[in-house]
Design a protein around this ligand. Structure first.
Ligand code: NAD
Length: 488
């Protein structure tokens, strides 16, 4: 069977109006395997003109088709895509690992998440209902839920399949037309999924499009387009702020899933046997390039030494390597610039704290071909350190200790982010108090990284706006209309 790299050169096209199209630029984005430097394929480096044509096409299709009024069709389309993805899982996992670098086990996990999300929102497409209310003796209100129109989805490179599907599935389930712009570092996996969309006849031709290209030009054109009613953006907090400014063009609705600096708070009564591997996984999964990474460890001073020794052991036993090898526990980071950024933070960590393990680029033999960084733990950091405050997006754990519950809570809330948190304790009262006190969209008690399409996810503070997943996630993609009847 030919592998992806046997089929050189591999070209990926935009999907617009139900057809595969080339950009007018005749320029390309190149996907490169971050583990090996191998070339993966070319995608369209689209222009503002390309994206405007695509927006017009989705807009016209939305206006003229029955997509917004046909929930059963939407249910069948999303289920059809779920089935296609299941059938092509092996190929997709390989593309995802080769383009993004994550381990093949993680790619399977990400893609299984896509299938689950599609199935959940396929069912949910048939449950988009409002309510009715008697208002006065002769006045009756129907509170209806309607699609918004055209939704633009701008997605990041770290979990490129799931984070696209996480928004695409509810946006389509709610009856919208959708245009997707994936990250420039990972266009291939997104277009591979669109190839499967093209094979599902229940999708109205032209109701969903993908256009690849630079965020600063075509992403910005989506942000300012008056034909797009909503932007669903997942990415960096600073880009989210830029998109908020652009959205003023037509008072666009926004859903923003942004960065994080999530703490794992470990109390003296925690079950460490369970906690250590899950805390380790929470920061080293995806080489730390995950919004909900447990990138801060807050540990009670009485057990700090024990926890550090055990986590050091966990980190040093991880097998870092090419994600395609089943034996790899952690792959490379995405690019040279990401590697440089991580190194910069580790230099700060060396000055302001104590490096317990890692803190260097992995080199020698196959490591030299890719962007591999050692799993890193930095202790003795003060709260105002940039290593504690800023999202590194790399395999770097920042450690601080506390002596009281109040101090633990204050430290947990001491950054501008509020995406998620883990609390490790066997005391139910303490768990309850912490879960109420922590300003984060998700608080996991005695576990971490547990996500489900039916449970809402999103950020407090500068981690975002709105919620994804669950019924609230579906409702983000709806308008609410009050239809009022007065009876004579
Ligand atoms: P990024 O903000 O650089 O890019 C995200 C997307 O925005 C890309 O498609 C990019 O091309 C586009 N973009 C860039 N500049 C733009 C502009 N001016 N106008 C419109 N679009 C523009 O983020 P990234 O580096 O791809 O992803 C990493 C970030 O994403 C991290 O901060 C991470 O925490 C965050 N993230 C958040 C979640 C969540 O659910 N909260 C999930 C995953 C990643």
């Amino acid at each position: 069977m030919p592998t992806l790299t046997d089929q050189k050169p591999l070209y990926y096209y935009n999907y617009v109006g139900g057809e595969w199209t080339e950009s007018s630029s005749k320029e390309y984005l190149e996907s490169i395997n971050p583990a090996t430097g191998e070339f993966i394929g070319y995608s369209q480096k689209s222009t503002v003109e390309d994206i405007e044509m695509a927006i017009d096409s989705v807009y016209d299709t939305f206006q003229t088709s029955d997509w917004g009024y046909n929930p059963k069709r939407r249910y069948e389309a999303l289920l059809g895509l779920a089935q296609k993805m299941e059938e092509n899982m092996q190929h997709l996992a390989r593309v995802l690992t080769m383009e993004q670098g994550k381990t093949i086990r993680e790619s399977r996990l990400e893609l299984a998440g896509c299938v689950d999300t599609l199935k959940y929102f396929a069912g949910a497409a048939r449950t988009v209902f409002g309510r009715s209310i008697q208002l006065e003796p002769n006045n009756y209100g129907v509170i209806a839920k309607e699609p918004l129109g055209v939704v633009g989805i701008i997605s990041p490179w770290n979990w490129p399949a799931l984070l696209m599907i996480r928004e695409l599935a509810p946006a389509l389930a709610a009856g919208n037309g959708v245009i997707v712009k994936p990250a420039s570092l990972t266009p291939a996996i997104s277009v591979e999924i669109f190839k499967l969309i093209a094979e599902v006849p229940q999708f109205t031709k032209g109701i969903v499009s993908i256009v690849t290209g630079p965020g600063r030009s075509i992403g910005a054109a989506m942000g300012t387009s008056k034909k797009i009613e909503m932007i669903s953006f997942t990415g960096d907090t600073s880009t989210g702020k830029t998109i908020m400014e652009m959205a003023t063009s037509n008072i666009k609705k926004l859903a923003l899933e942004l960065g994080g600096k999530s703490p794992n708070v470990v109390f003296a009564d925690a079950n460490l046997e369970k906690a250590i591997p899950l805390i380790g996984r929470s920061i080293f999964i995806s080489a730390g390039q995950i919004c909900m990474a447990g990138s801060r460890l807050l540990v009670h001073e009485s057990i700090k030494d024990e926890v550090i020794v055990k986590l050091k052991d966990y980190a040093e036993n991880l097998i870092v390597g090419n994600g395609l090898l089943e034996s790899s526990d952690m792959g490379p980071v995405i690019s040279q610039s990401q590697l440089d950024l991580i190194e910069e933070y580790c230099q700060i960590g060396r000055r302001e704290g104590k490096v317990i393990t890692g803190g260097y680029r992995l080199t020698g033999e196959d490591y030299d071909k890719g962007y591999f960084y050692a799993p890193t733990i930095i202790d003795e950091l003060l709260t105002n350190s940039r290593v504690v405050q800023e999202e590194i997006f790399g395999p770097v754990l920042a450690v601080q200790s506390f002596s009281t519950d109040a101090e633990a809570l204050a430290l947990a809330n001491a950054t501008d982010f509020g995406l998620s948190a883990g609390v490790w304790t066997t005391d139910l009262n303490r768990a309850m108090k912490m879960s109420k006190g922590i300003k984060a969209g998700t608080v996991w008690i005695n576990t971490y990284n547990k996500n489900f399409p039916e449970a809402e996810f999103g950020g407090y503070k500068q981690s975002g706006l709105g919620r994804t997943r669950g019924i609230d996630g579906l409702m983000e993609y709806c308008e609410t209309k009050h239809i009022h009847f007065e009876i004579d």
